[in-house]
Design a protein around this ligand. Structure first.
Ligand code: FAD
Length: 314
């Protein structure tokens, strides 16, 4: 057990956690950030960001470049950091606890910033083409596929809505769906049917991807007959986009502990959960937009609320 009791402990060192650390540390609170992997979270995986306001290079920069100064700012303002995977929490008392594989961490307030991981489409060679044609975020990457062909994997309401968004960018959008009906609301289905740029291929699954560096081939298989078809990018384009919307998963650690909705933590606009002194920020919470800018804003709000909560407790 780490004997030290911090003012704030932050679970997750992605953009939400780092922004929370910066704001909490800078306002004089003692802060521990617990991160199981590398700082930066999901954004550290991406090579091309061009929508973070004020980013140093407006022509695009990598996620790691974007978050490196955030890590430095946390260090500058005295945040401590530990590498550990937390598997349980105890929010029962005035001192909150996170139980990790290397220790038990304690603080008078806690911010959960564990993010939400995209589910992979699950086909062969998928990982090779992430950022080279394969994406899981239309808001992040649609602009890279202007006037190109775009494919969407998934048949949920989210997939359908994202297809409508992508149709504003791509020359043509094709939804590839294993099932035989989109699980979208009637008005969204109507918009899909009426959009001349969108077509839906039902009863197909994506089994393999190919291309010379960039994604230019998608192998699909009929669910009913097993017949395979290779979809190829136009030679002139040399690449097409494949956006996977087959679901996202959060940690599950807070099920039954915090109020949840659809796997995400419910907060109010102050990032407060149903337990006083416990906050959630970023992709892990119920929110209409999951981006770096919103994660950072959430982290800042949560950190400032921790300060207010701790002052009241004194
Ligand atoms: C490929 C890709 C491209 C993207 N492109 C853009 C873009 O261009 N612009 C944009 O604004 N957004 C983009 N996003 C979205 C953006 O990355 C997320 O919205 C943002 O990272 C959310 O920040 P977060 O801190 O809430 O969560 P995350 O970034 O997911 O960070 C959560 C952190 O918590 C840690 N963690 C989780 N569970 C535990 C545990 N049990 N113990 C210890 N640590 C734990 C994880 O290791 C992770 O580092 C992209 C996402 C992806 C996947």
């Amino acid at each position: 057990m780490d004997e030290k009791i911090y003012d704030v402990m932050i679970l997750g060192g992605g953009p939400a956690g780092l922004a929370a650390g910066l704001y909490a540390g800078r306002s004089g609170l003692s802060v521990l950030i617990i991160e199981k992997g590398i700082d930066g979270g999901q954004i550290a995986l991406t090579h091309g960001i061009e929508n973070y306001p004020g980013q140093a290079n407006i022509d695009g920069m990598s996620g790691q470049e974007l978050v490196a100064p955030m890590t430095e700012q946390c260090r500058k303002f005295g945040c401590e950091r530990v590498s550990d995977t937390v598997s349980a929490c105890d929010f029962g008392g005035a001192v909150k606890k996170f139980i990790g594989s290397r220790g038990v961490y304690q603080a008078r307030s806690a911010i959960v910033c564990t993010g939400a991981m995209t589910r992979f489409i699950g086909c062969a060679h998928e990982a090779e083409y992430v950022g080279k044609g394969v994406s899981y975020c239309a808001v992040c990457d649609a602009n890279f596929f202007r006037d190109l062909e775009i494919y969407v994997a998934g048949g949920s309401g989210v997939a359908a809505e994202e297809a409508l968004y992508l149709a504003r960018f791509g020359r043509k959008v094709t939804i590839l769906h294993k099932g035989y009906e989109l699980a979208a609301s009637p008005d969204i289905k109507r918009e899909i049917e009426e959009n001349p740029k969108i077509r839906v291929l039902f009863g197909v699954e994506i089994v393999d991807l190919g291309g010379d560096g960039l994604l230019s081939e998608i192998v699909i298989q009929s669910v009913s007959t097993g017949e395979r078809t290779v979809l190829k990018a136009d030679e002139e384009d040399g690449v097409f986009g494949l956006f996977g919307f087959t679901g996202r998963r959060t940690t599950g650690m807070f099920d039954g502990v915090l109020d949840m909705q659809g796997g995400y933590i419910v907060t109010n606009e102050k990032m407060e959960t149903n337990i006083p002194g416990v906050y959630a920020a970023g992709d892990v919470r119920v929110t209409p937009l999951r981006q770096v800018v919103t994660a950072c804003a959430d982290g800042a709000v949560a950190a400032m609320q921790c300060g207010k909560y701790l002052r009241k407790k004194k």
